[in-house]
Design a protein around this ligand. Structure first.
Ligand SMILES: NC(=O)c1ccc[n+]([C@@H]2O[C@H](COP(=O)([O-])OP(=O)(O)OC[C@H]3O[C@@H](n4cnc5c(N)ncnc54)[C@H](O)[C@@H]3O)[C@@H](O)[C@H]2O)c1
Length: 252
């Protein structure tokens, strides 16, 4: 690994206040990127900056709710310069494993807003800058729930399948502008996503649990960030529109 492969590059990371997004922000800063770390959770962002500074690097933070257009606009205004080399859409929430028959509108709308509409808003804001500079990479963090219905509730599964479609559309439409877009699909990772994962409908969870036996191991966030950072770097110049699992073999 080239430890300075992001030297002089600007990276926007959502969900940077915890888990995988925090690990991505930390790795990018260590590899030389100017990191704009975004999260709805200001305290989480502060802990990320503390880690990055302890490592000997810096990052800029923006507290933003990616579901709100005004917050996305403010995020773009906070860019250290009018360029973005990597957009890593990592922020996401679970859906309490709700099956469609028990799914309330609020959960559906919130999960779709954070996991799919938010990344779309970020892409819509950042792609014009990438087109103008003639290069750029988007890495969207989906889930194996983007490939199978067997790991979460209906809203999460639908949002994560949709995120793969968003990524493929960008890969197809903007390749000629020098822009790449790829999706990473993790399985179990030790993070704080459990906040939105407490099962609410026992029968549905019991059915889903039958597939959880396929989990080979729990990953740590740095094991996923390494793939995100590689995909966003020039080393992955020929990888565009790919959907890559980081699941310890779950989907094998
Ligand atoms: N942990 C896993 O097992 C796992 C598995 C597959 C996929 N993923 C995906 O990985 C991504 C990162 O999740 P994680 O496991 O690190 O979880 P996490 O809860 O540790 O981190 C998610 C971050 O997203 C932020 N966030 C939530 N809503 C937001 C909003 N509206 N605006 C801005 N930020 C918001 C949270 O504050 C949090 O800091 C998610 O997209 C998740 O779906 C996680």
């Amino acid at each position: 690994m080239n430890e300075q492969r992001y030297a002089g590059r600007v990276a926007v990371v959502t969900g940077a206040g915890s888990g995988i997004g925090q690990a991505v922000a930390r790795q990018l800063a260590a590899e030389g990127a100017m990191v704009l770390a975004c999260d709805i959770d200001a305290a989480g962002l502060a802990s990320t900056v503390e880690l990055i500074e302890k490592d000997g690097y810096t990052a800029t933070t923006v507290t933003a709710d990616i579901t709100r257009q005004a917050d996305v606009d403010a995020l773009i205004d906070a860019l250290p310069e009018r360029r973005v080399d990597l957009l890593a859409n990592v922020a996401g929430v679970m859906d309490h494993f709700l099956p469609v028959t028990e799914l309330d509108d609020d959960t559906w709308e919130h999960v779709l807003a954070v996991n799919l509409t938010g990344p779309m808003r970020l892409c819509r804001a950042v792609l014009p800058l990438m087109r103008a500079q003639g290069s750029g990479a988007v890495v969207n963090v989906s889930s194996i729930g983007g490939l199978t219905g067997a790991v979460a509730g209906t809203a999460y599964v639908a949002s994560k399948h949709g995120l793969i479609g968003l990524t493929r559309s960008i890969a197809n439409l903007y390749a000629e502008d020098g822009i790449r877009a790829n999706t990473v699909c993790p399985a179990g990772v030790e993070t704080n996503i459990g906040r939105t994962a407490a099962p609410k409908v026992p029968w549905a969870y019991q059915r889903l649990e039958k597939s959880f036996g396929r989990t080979t191991r729990m990953a740590v966030p740095a094991e996923v960030s390494t793939l995100v950072c590689w995909l966003g770097s020039p080393e992955a110049v020929n990888v565009n529109g790919a959907t890559i699992t980081s699941d310890g073999g779950w989907t094998s």
